[in-house]
Design a protein around this ligand. Structure first.
Ligand SMILES: Nc1ncnc2c1ncn2[C@@H]1O[C@H](COP(=O)(O)OP(=O)(O)OP(=O)(O)O)[C@@H](O)[C@H]1O
Ligand SMILES: [Mg+2]
Length: 398
């Protein structure tokens, strides 16, 4: 993965004369002591992180830990006191007025917790607001607004007003507005926190679904560890303005590294982290004749897909060799295309995958639409389970 956004040794001190506080921080003095000795509030102290292109990067931590300050520094709603913020290698901190305006309009969009919709404007007008600021013509921006509203599931709501919408729908409008400008970086600060749990789960699923095709680079702020685990490609955990732990969801649960982080992980259902997707080998299908594709599995067999990516059958190693020698497979009667492959869904747990496994039968991992995204071999299922904490592995024998 390439890197879209990189934060290097970022400091934010809320003072007109930050130097004394900065010197203390750089000498290793902590936020509380700086406050006690100087009366200066520290927002961020020496934060460095790297956000991969197309990833959902979660920033997690208790209230007051500096999450929003970090988000606001990235588009310079907060002026950083020291450090660099590189967007595709260009330092945002060093950007002049004009470049900054351009970055805010076209490169980085923000979605806030409290929707921030204009109450006297329709949903469509709210959605196209950023484009209007860019000087996009009325017809073009209206078409774009309709497009993104339909992406977030609000196709027929353009002429309604925000007060006619539920909280979840308003948050979708906020998301649509961020998508409308086509910025490649989205910063979502507690974007789902004001929603009730059911709607919130729905929005999380929606974001994951959208992200599969949009592939934006998302910095997502949350104080909810479950949300961080569910959405995150990587997670950064903040405490008192410092980044105290960074890694994949799995690595953080398995090795929290401190009591502060461990306290978050304790509540989590660990087994959910070890799903079929986490152990699968992604497929790279090749085109066959007749609109079909072939995806080889790790163990010498193959899966045959239709043009929609759905598995129609399996070929064993011998049939696969025949195919390479130019002998086509047959799909009827005693044909070589076998139907006894096993299918699991990407979010099924590895324990369920282990139970579904049958010796000698290829295992297909499919997405919500039933399209093949990977294959699972017995040894990778077991390796995945072995990596899980004891109580999960114990469940296998239950
Ligand atoms: N404009 C400001 N002036 C002075 N101090 C500020 C300002 N904004 C934030 N702070 C301080 O910076 C620290 C971090 O605040 P921040 O809003 O980033 O926390 P947060 O992690 O987003 O918290 P929450 O989960 O409550 O949103 C806090 O100590 C806060 O008091
Ligand atoms: Mg905040």
């Amino acid at each position: 993965m390439t890197e879209r956004l990189r934060v290097e040794n970022l400091y934010k001190v809320f003072s007109k004369s930050p130097e004394p506080a900065l010197r203390m921080l750089k000498a290793g003095v902590k936020k509380t002591e700086v406050l006690a000795k100087t009366g200066i509030v520290v927002g961020l102290s020496d934060v460095s992180l790297s956000v991969p292109t197309g990833g959902i990067y979660m920033v997690m931590g208790l209230s007051g830990s500096g999450k929003s300050t970090l988000a606001r520094c990235i588009n310079r709603l907060n002026e950083p006191s020291a450090g660099r913020i590189l967007l595709d290698g260009r330092d945002i901190v060093a950007a002049g007025e004009a470049e900054l305006r351009e970055i805010r309009r076209k490169r980085i969009s923000m979605v806030f917790q409290h929707f921030a919709l204009l109450p006297n404007r329709t949903v469509a007008e709210n959605t196209e607001f950023g484009l209007k600021l860019q000087g996009v013509s009325p017809q073009v921006r209206r078409r774009r607004a309709e497009e993104v509203l339909s992406i977030v599931g609000l196709a027929r709501w353009g002429n309604h007003y925000p007060h006619e919408l539920s909280g979840g729908m308003r948050q979708r409008v906020g998301l649509a507005r961020a998508l409308a400008t086509d910025a490649d970086v989205l910063i979502m600060d507690e974007a789902f926190s004001a929603l009730d749990p059911l709607i919130r789960t729905e929005m999380q699923d929606e974001l994951l679904r959208l992200q599969r095709t949009l592939k934006k680079t998302i910095l997502f702020i949350t104080h909810d560890f479950q949300e961080a685990l569910k959405l995150g490609t990587r997670i950064a955990i903040m405490a008192d303005g410092e980044l105290v732990r960074e890694g994949t969801p799995q690595s953080i649960v398995l090795d929290p590294g401190s009591d502060y982080v461990a306290a978050f992980t304790r509540e989590v259902d660990r087994s959910r982290l070890f799903d079929a997707r986490s152990a699968m080998i992604p497929v790279a299908p090749v085109q066959l004749a007749g609109g079909l594709c072939l995806a080889e599995t790790g163990d010498g067999a193959g899966l045959v897909l239709d043009d929609g990516g759905h598995v129609v059958g399996a070929l064993d190693a011998a049939a696969l060799r025949d195919l390479r020698d130019g002998i086509p497979f047959t799909d009827s009667g005693s044909g070589t295309l076998r139907k006894d492959f096993v299918t699991v869904r990407e979010r099924d747990s590895l324990l369920d995958a282990a139970r579904a496994h049958r010796a000698g039968r290829p295992m297909a991992v499919v997405d919500d639409e039933g399209r093949l995204i990977g294959t699972l071999a017995a040894d990778s299922i077991l390796a995945g389970i072995a990596a899980a904490p004891p109580q999960t592995a114990g469940g296998l024998h239950a």
